[in-house]
Design a protein around this ligand. Structure first.
Ligand code: SF4
Length: 396
């Protein structure tokens, strides 16, 4: 396994306080989380005026031996070097589509690089330019916490009725847990199909780790009521739920969220509607339920991109997703009025850890024959994670 099992996401009520070290960007190490790890080697200074030229030269020297994948939320300075751009699912598929490239440089976050390693051939190495590029949502469900949750479900006598479903945005060991227990991985585009499949096999679903995607899909697409859903908190005894609540629920949501999409509020929607007459509000399903229910359209990153492409000239759009993508969409559609949904800026801080100095360092290291920051998932974890990923690919 490439991640340390004892990661934590914050203080646990009632548990002894644990000091989390304060880490400088790109330096220091916290083995209990993905928040910060040492980056070996000398990073070029961000002030180096030749960084673009250096990245270009190193990539040209590597030729077909390197394949650079860039997530939609990456910085402009990085995304310009991507051979393919996409969301986490599309990038995982694309990584597997280039078996002749021995090096995959993944400009995204840790769980995506893990999925790429699981889906690529054994001779390929997946490199994450900054190992500190984790995901706060993925960190909100650790293997030990999920195992403990399963024991709570067993004690309540319902584990046999539960099919676990995990969002793509989870660590490899959580995907493997789901694979071992007959579940499936889902993305924001196929969450309803994954839930349809899961409910054809069991009476209840444990949805990991994003409560908002789970709730929005269950209520808005499956016809469930909010009362059909309960939230399991890994930081409270028995998840903070009684056995009766667990037995009555159809959907058991893990208490996790995206720190970027979770920031948007109903007030953000009301405010932009008051400021911009006729504005269309388009949000990602990782947003809170009250944001999604007050928006005009909801959909995955790829859906957001397609919707903007098809929108008529002169139309106005307030977008509730990561700011790097919204800025690029605004630049790509100067004939449309494209704006960020909230007044406060909101980048994904971990996605932003991949900057041009880290990319140059990765590419130049590879060109010298030095392979650093390889993401490798151990064989057993990869096997069971692939079971859950393959089940997703086989969804009707
Ligand atoms: S945008 Fe949210 S889900 Fe995506 S990597 Fe950042 S914290 Fe994780």
């Amino acid at each position: 396994m490439t991640v340390t099992p004892e990661r934590t996401t914050g203080p646990v009520p009632g548990a002894p306080a644990r000091d989390l070290p304060l880490l400088l960007l790109g330096a220091g190490s916290d083995p209990a989380s993905e928040r910060g790890v040492d980056c070996p080697g000398e990073l070029p200074p961000a002030s180096d005026p030749d960084l673009v030229e250096r990245a270009r030269a190193a990539k040209a020297a590597l030729g077909d031996r390197v394949f650079v994948l860039g997530h939609h939320y990456q910085r402009d300075e990085v995304i310009q070097f991507a051979d393919v751009t996409g969301d986490s699912f599309k990038l995982a598929q694309q990584a597997a589509a280039r078996p002749e490239a021995p090096y995959i440089v993944f400009c995204g976050v840790h769980f995506m690089a893990e999925s790429a390693d699981i889906l690529t051939a054994g001779h390929q190495q997946v490199v994450l330019p900054d190992l500190a590029a984790g995901c706060s949502m993925a960190d909100m469900a650790t293997f030990d916490q999920v195992e403990e949750c399963w024991e709570v479900l067993e004690d309540a006598g319902i584990a046999d009725d539960v099919v676990p479903v995990t969002y793509m945005n989870s660590s490899a060991d959580i995907k493997a847990f789901v694979g071992r227990h007959g579940g499936v991985v889902c993305t924001s585009s196929n969450a309803k199909r994954a839930l349809d499949w899961a409910y054809s096999r069991g009476k209840k679903v444990l949805f990991l780790p994003d409560q908002h995607l789970g709730r929005n899909t269950a209520v808005l697409e499956m016809g469930f009521s909010l009362d059909d859903c309960v939230v399991y908190s890994p930081h409270r005894p028995e998840g903070g739920l009684s056995q009766r609540q667990l037995r009555d629920a159809k959907m058991i949501l893990w208490k996790g969220h995206c720190s970027v999409h979770g920031r948007f509020t109903k007030e953000s929607v009301d405010d932009v509607r008051a400021r911009v007459p006729g504005v269309n509000v388009l949000v990602h399903p990782e947003c809170r339920h009250e944001v999604v229910t007050n928006a005009d359209l909801v959909g995955s990153t790829e859906f957001i991109i397609r919707t903007l492409e098809a929108a008529p000239s002169g139309s106005s759009w307030a977008i509730g997703t990561e700011l790097n993508l919204v800025k690029r969409l605004a630049n790509a559609h100067p004939d449309k009025n494209v704006m960020f949904l909230d007044k406060a800026v909101c980048f994904c801080s971990t996605m932003n850890r991949i900057d041009l100095p880290h990319l140059v360092w990765s590419l130049e290291s590879l060109a010298r024959g030095e392979v650093a920051n390889v993401i490798r998932v151990d064989e057993e974890t990869a096997h069971y994670a692939r079971v859950a990923l393959d089940q997703m690919l086989a969804l009707p």
